[in-house]
Design a protein around this ligand. Structure first.
Ligand code: CP
Length: 334
C-alpha cells in the first residue's frame, strides 16, 4: 500500500513520475479514473485550494469525496499514544483512522504545525499517527513538516513555463507576516525543487533557518539530481539571475525561545523583505513570481507583483488539481 505524506515517499524518481503524468493529463478531457472510488478528507485546519482541488479531482474523475472538519461536526481527535483522554478530544486517531478506512478508498489529512517547536514538526505527530493506523492509502493535504502537493504543483508550474527544471535558478525568499507561519510550504518547495534538479537559492533574515534535517534531505536530492542549494541572508544576492521567485513567510527557527511579543517585533523588524516590483527587478529579466496562496497583499507581497503579468499564482493554484489527480491515481495503482 502506498502513502504520500512526505517527499521522501517519492524521492527524485517518484517526483518525476507524478509530474510526468500530471503534465500528460493536463489539458485533456478528464477520464473516469476514480469511478466508484471515495476520497475521505479530514481537515484539522481551514483550506480553500486544497479542499476544492481534491474534491474537484474526485468529482471530475467520476468518484466522490467525503469532507470532514475536525471539531466541527466531527469529534476532536487525539493523536498522543497513551493519552488520558479527559479533555475535549473525544476520539483517538487509533480508532478514527481504521474506521474511516472501512468507508473510503483513500484518505487525505490536513494538520498544521502546533507552532513553535521545529523538533516536534520533524516528528509530524498527527499525520504520522494516521499513517500508522490507516488501512487505505494516505495523502498529506499539508502537515506540520511538509505540503508535498504544493511543492509538486510548484514544480509543474516551473516546468510548463521553462520546459525543464534541471539547473533552473530559483529563489525561495522569506516574506514578512503579521504572525509566525509554519514551515511546511518552504520545506516542500526546497525539497521538491532539489528533487527536480533546480539551482535553489534560499534567502531569509538571520534566525529563520530551516531545520537541519530538512536541509540535509534536500542536499541529498540535489546531489542525486545535479541540482544545488545555497542559503543567504542577502535577498539581492539570491535573486541575481533567478528565473523564478517564490515568496513565503515562516516563523523563526527558535520560536519557543521567544515570547509572542518578541516574535511580533521580530517579524515587524523585517518588513523590508516584502516582495515588490523592485525586488523582482533584481532577478532575471524573464523571472516569474510564485506563491502558494493565500497571500496577505502588501504585507508579504505587493500588489504590483501579484497583479503583474509575470505572476503565476493562479496557474500555480490550478496545478494543484493536476498533480493531485496524478498522485491519487498513483496511490491506487499496484
Ligand atoms: N496553498 C494551499 O494549500 O491553499 P489552501 O490553504 O487554501 O488549501
Amino acid at each position: 500500500m502506498k502513502h504520500l505524506t512526505h517527499i521522501r515517499d517519492l524521492g527524485p524518481e517518484g517526483v518525476e513520475t507524478i509530474l510526468a503524468q500530471a503534465a500528460a493529463w493536463k489539458g485533456k478531457a478528464p477520464e473516469p479514473l476514480f469511478l466508484g472510488r471515495i476520497l475521505g478528507m479530514v481537515f484539522f485546519n481551514p483550506s480553500l485550494r486544497t479542499r476544492a482541488s481534491f474534491e474537484s479531482v474526485m468529482l471530475r474523475g467520476s468518484g466522490n469525496a467525503i469532507v470532514m472538519d475536525v471539531g466541527s461536526g466531527v469529534w476532536k481527535l487525539e493523536d498522543r499514544p497513551g493519552a488520558v483522554m479527559n479533555g475535549d478530544r473525544a476520539e483517538h486517531i487509533k480508532e478514527a483512522a481504521p474506521v474511516l478506512s472501512r468507508f473510503v478508498d483513500m484518505l487525505g489529512v490536513r494538520t498544521f504545525s502546533a507552532g513553535g517547536d521545529d523538533e516536534q514538526d520533524e516528528v509530524d505527530p498527527v499525520i504520522s499517527a494516521f499513517r500508522r493506523h490507516v488501512t487505505v492509502p494516505l495523502v498529506s493535504m499539508e502537515s506540520a513538516r511538509e505540503h508535498p502537493c504544493q511543492g509538486l504543483a510548484d514544480m509543474l508550474t516551473l516546468r510548463e513555463n521553462f520546459g525543464s527544471t534541471k539547473k533552473l535558478p530559483v529563489t525561495l525568499t522569506w516574506a514578512p507576516h503579521i504572525k509566525p507561519l509554519p514551515k511546511a510550504v518552504p520545506n516542500s518547495f526546497l525539497l521538491t525543487a532539489a528533487a527536480a534538479g533546480c539551482e535553489v537559492r534560499v534567502a531569509h533574515p538571520p534566525g529563520f533557518e530551516l531545520h537541519p534535517q530538512v536541509r540535509a534531505e534536500a542536499e541529498a536530492y540535489a546531489k542525486a539530481t545535479g541540482g544545488s542549494i545555497t542559503y543567504t541572508h542577502d535577498q539581492a544576492e539570491a535573486l541575481a539571475g533567478s528565473h523564478a521567485v517564490y515568496a513565503k513567510s515562516w516563523g523563526p527557527a527558535t520560536r519557543s525561545a521567544h515570547t509572542a511579543g518578541d516574535v511580533s517585533a521580530l517579524l515587524a523588524s523585517h518588513a523590508d523583505w516584502m516582495t515588490t516590483r523592485k525586488t523582482l527587478e533584481q532577478a532575471a529579466a524573464d523571472a516569474l513570481f510564485l506563491h502558494c496562496l493565500p497571500v496577505r497583499r502588501n504585507v508579504e507581497v505587493a500588489d504590483d507583483v501579484l497583479d503583474h503579468p509575470s505572476s503565476r499564482v493562479i496557474d500555480g493554484a490550478e496545478n494543484r488539481f493536476h498533480v493531485q489527480r496524478s498522485i491519487l491515481s498513483w496511490l491506487l495503482s499496484a
